[in-house]
Design a protein around this ligand. Sequence first.
Ligand code: HEC
Ligand code: HEC
Length: 279
Amino acid sequence: MNRGLRLFTPAIPAVVAVGFFVSFANWIPQTHWAPPKKLALSADLTPAELARAGATIVRERGCMACHTMEPGAGVKGGGRGPNLDGVAARRAQGVAGAAPNVVDYLVQSLYEPGAHLVEGYPNIMPPATAAPAKLGYEEVTAVVDYLQSLGGTASVKLGELPKPPGSGAAAPVAPAAAPAVAAAAGGAQLLTDMGCVACHAPAPGQQAIGPVLDADSIRKAAGERRVSPEAYLMESIVEPAAYQREGFPAGLMPADYGTKLTAAQLKSLVAYLLGEAGS
Ligand code: HEC
Ligand code: HEC
């Protein structure tokens, strides 16, 4: 409840923030973001039991910020990503040239969403093993079983799926020891290393799920929030829920960067975003 209380403290912006929050909560079938908790999945679970765990994972790890579960709506639901209801029936034969069966297809959709794009959708889905979902190998199995159960029958046991591509290298959270020499250059690297670029484009005109991070837009947003651009950036990165930008999904940006970035890294990011981004 802490976050809720903090949301109400500043009197005037609170009214605005709460208004946005309420309308987003109606728009997206997900009203809060909990930092990823790894589920304990024991080796003897059946595919059907794994599917039930997968349902919880999909609900709690941000998938529904983009996807919907609309019975009978076909692939095009009302979300930013495909409707997942009936996905296993639609993809029973996988996709030609990419994955020859439903399991291979679902695994590829999670590990490398950009490898085959569902027609009519942009390449905005982060790999399920990266932020914000950060699924572990066993959680991927549970999610595949769950997706298979949407129009088909769960069939995968733990240990049967391939491991994520480049396991280790794919993890975006390795704390980069940013050398203090060139703060701004360190900032650019951090945007990649911390996974920010999965959701933010550095320059206007590029499609992304989060706001464009160019210096002009940031100054404008800071003006609306009535704080300095530096303070606005710090708050946005460390406490994303404190202020909600209109037109963007609530609860999608990970809330734990404050614990992952050192103070020096945060300063590099702020310097970079205000100094050089958008040029
Ligand atoms: C930022 C938005 C976003 C998030 C978050 C997201 N997805 Fe996606 N997803 C998409 C979009 C857009 C597509 C279609 C383009 C493509 O194929 O990559 C897609 C495609 C898919 C597909 C293929 C669907 C089909 O009809 O073939 C599956 C399965 C899927 N996502 C599952 C998930 C799961 C599970 C999660 C959570 C771990 C998730 N997605 C999180 C946006 C998102
Ligand atoms: C999973 C997607 C995602 C990731 C990863 C992510 N963000 Fe965000 N971010 C968003 C969304 C969506 C918003 C807008 C909604 C909001 O205000 O919370 C946002 C808002 C922001 C804002 C406010 C921008 C404005 O114009 O008001 C800043 C600054 C920002 N993010 C910086 C970062 C940085 C820096 C990182 C990496 C350390 C990062 N974000 C990682 C999705 C993401």
